[in-house]
Design a protein around this ligand. Structure first.
Ligand code: HEC
Ligand code: HEC
Length: 387
C-alpha cells in the first residue's frame, strides 16, 4: 500500500520541489536589499556603564563629566556586555543546536548532556580558560578536540554559526577581570601560562608550563592583595600544575585549580597574584593580578538549605531537576552580590519565577510571586548566606 502511494505521488513531489526551489531562489534575490541589523549596539552599552560608575555614593562625581541637563535615565541592571551577549546570542544558539542532548532528563534526551551549558558563569569559565577566541576550553569541547560525547558540533570549523557566536562572545568579555586575548608572554626560560578565572566561589583555574621542556611540571604560587614578597602567600609550598585540562598548547597535563582559602571568600574584593614556580624562580602569569570577590556558604545557610529549601525543591522540582547544594549555591550567586545580585534578583529565584535575564524557565513560573513558596524560602536562604 505504501509503495503504491509513493509511486502515485512522485510527479507531485517533483512539481512541489520545483515550486519550492523557485520560491527559495526568489527569496534569495530579494533579501539582498535588507539592511544589516546588529551594528548599532555599542553606544547604549557604554552609556549604561558610565552611569554605573556614578551609582557608588562614596565616590565623588568626576569633575570632568559635564553635568547632565536632563535627569539621568532610570536605573538599568548593571551593564555586562559579555553577559548581555551570552543571553541574547549564545544562549539561543545553544538552545537551538544542543537541546537534543543537553536537556532535562524528563525530555528523554538520547544522550543526556549537562544543563550547565546554559549557565553564563560556567561557560564563561570555559571560554576564558584558553589563549584566545578560537582556542579555549569551550570551543575545543564544542569541536570535540577535548573529548565530547556530543562529538564535533562545528564540522565546518569555528565559522559554523554556533561556534562563531562563541568566538564573538569572547570579544565581548573585556571586563576588568577578563584576560586580554593576546597569547601570554614566554619568559627566557620558556615558562608561560595564565590565570584564566577566579570564580565567585573562589576557584582559581589556569595553566602553566615550560614551552622548551613540555614534559616538565611547574609549581604555582598564589599571593593575596600584593605581589610576591608583599602579598599574603596562600600556599605553603607551590601547588603542581599537572591536571588534565586546557594547557595553552603545551603538550601534556599543565592545568591547575586552586581554591582561595575560605577566610578570603568573604564577599570583599581582593586581588590574586599568581606565579609559575620553576625551582624557586617565579614568573608572574598572564591575567595576574586577578581581581575577584568570592563567597562561601555559611553554616546557617547550609543548614537552612538542607532542612527547609531542599525538601521543598525535591517536592516541587524533581520532575525535571536533580539539584545539589553546590549547583543551587552557584545559581544563588548568579550574579553575585558584587555583580548586582540580591535576595530577589538571582538565577535561583528568577528561574522558578518564570525567567532569568531573558531566558525563559521551561518549568514556568512556579512561585507566582517571589513572596510565595518556594521563592520566599529562597530569599531567606540568600539572606542567611550573604547578609
Ligand atoms: C549528541 C548529544 C550532544 C549534543 C548534540 C551536544 N552535546 Fe555537549 N555533551 C553531551 C554529553 C553527553 C556531555 C557530557 C559528557 C562529556 O563531557 O562529553 C556533553 C558535555 C558538554 C560540555 C561540558 C559540560 C560541562 O559542564 O563539563 C559542553 C561545554 C558541551 N557539551 C557543549 C555543547 C554545545 C555547545 C553543544 C551544541 C552546539 C553540544 N554540547 C551538543 C552531549 C551532546
Ligand atoms: C517542567 C520541568 C521543570 C520544572 C518542574 C522545574 N524546572 Fe527549573 N528548569 C527546567 C529546565 C529544562 C531548565 C534549563 C533551562 C535552560 O537551561 O534554558 C531549568 C533551569 C532552572 C534553573 C537555572 C539553573 C539550571 O540548572 O539551568 C533554576 C535555578 C531552576 N530551573 C529552578 C527551578 C526550581 C526552583 C524549580 C521548582 C520550584 C524548577 N526549576 C522546576 C525545567 C523545569
Amino acid at each position: 500500500m505504501s509503495t503504491g502511494n509513493n509511486g502515485n505521488s512522485d510527479p507531485f513531489k517533483i512539481i512541489f520541489v520545483l515550486i519550492f526551489l523557485s520560491m527559495t531562489l526568489g527569496a534569495f534575490t530579494h533579501c539582498v536589499i535588507e539592511p544589516p541589523k546588529s551594528a548599532t549596539k555599542k553606544n547604549s552599552r557604554s552609556t549604561s556603564s558610565i552611569e554605573n560608575t556614578n551609582t557608588n555614593t562614596n565616590v565623588p562625581t568626576p569633575t570632568v563629566t559635564p553635568m547632565p541637563t536632563v535627569p539621568p535615565a532610570p536605573t538599568t541592571p548593571i551593564g555586562n556586555p559579555g553577559q548581555d551577549f551570552f543571553n541574547s546570542t549564545v544562549l539561543p544558539n545553544f538552545q537551538n543546536n544542543c537541546m537534543v542532548c543537553h536537556a532535562a532528563l524528563a525530555a528523554n534526551p538520547p544522550l543526556p548532556g549537562p544543563l550547565e551549558i546554559y549557565n553564563y558563569n560556567e561557560m564563561r569559565q570555559k571560554l576564558l580558560n584558553g589563549s584566545n577566541a578560537t582556542d579555549n576550553e569551550l570551543i575545543r569541547k564544542m569541536q570535540g578536540i577535548l573529548g565530547h560525547a556530543g562529538g564535533n558540533r562545528c564540522p565546518g570549523g569555528t565559522t559554523d554559526t554556533v561556534c562563531q557566536v562563541v568566538v564573538d562572545w569572547y570579544a565581548q568579555e573585556q571586563g576588568p577581570t577578563a584576560p586580554t586575548p593576546t597569547p601570554p608572554p614566554v619568559n627566557v626560560n620558556g615558562v608561560t601560562g595564565m590565570i584564566s578565572v577566579v570564580s565567585s566561589t573562589g576557584k582559581a583555574t589556569g595553566y602553566t608550563g615550560d614551552t622548551f621542556v613540555p614534559t616538565k611540571t611547574l609549581g604555582v604560587s598564589f599571593y593575596l592583595d600584593g605581589p610576591s614578597g608583599a602579598g599574603i602567600l596562600l600556599n605553603n609550598s607551590p601547588i603542581q600544575a599537572n591536571l588534565a585540562g586546557f594547557n595553552g598548547g603545551i603538550a601534556g597535563a599543565h592545568a591547575f585549580t586552586f581554591y582561595v582559602p575560605i577566610l578570603y571568600r568573604d564577599g570583599v574584593s581582593h586581588t590574586l597574584y599568581v606565579y609559575a614556580d620553576d625551582n624557586g624562580i617565579e614568573t608572574e602569569l598572564q591575567g595576574s593580578p586577578y581581581t575577584f570577590t568570592a563567597y562561601t556558604s555559611t553554616i546557617e545557610g547550609f543548614n537552612y538549605y538542607n532542612g527547609t529549601v531542599k525538601p521543598l525543591l525535591d517536592n516541587r522540582c524533581s520532575g525535571c531537576h536533580a539539584f545539589s547544594y553546590d549547583q543551587n549555591f552557584s545559581s544563588l550567586l548568579t550574579p553575585s552580590p558584587a555583580n548586582g545580585g540580591s535576595m530577589t534578583n538571582n538565577e535561583m529565584i528568577n528561574m522558578p519565577s518564570g525567567s532569568n535575564m531573558g531566558r525563559n524557565h521551561p518549568g514556568g513560573n512556579l512561585c507566582g510571586s517571589k513572596d510565595n513558596s518556594p521563592c520566599v524560602e529562597i530569599q531567606m536562604w540568600w539572606d542567611l548566606e550573604f547578609n
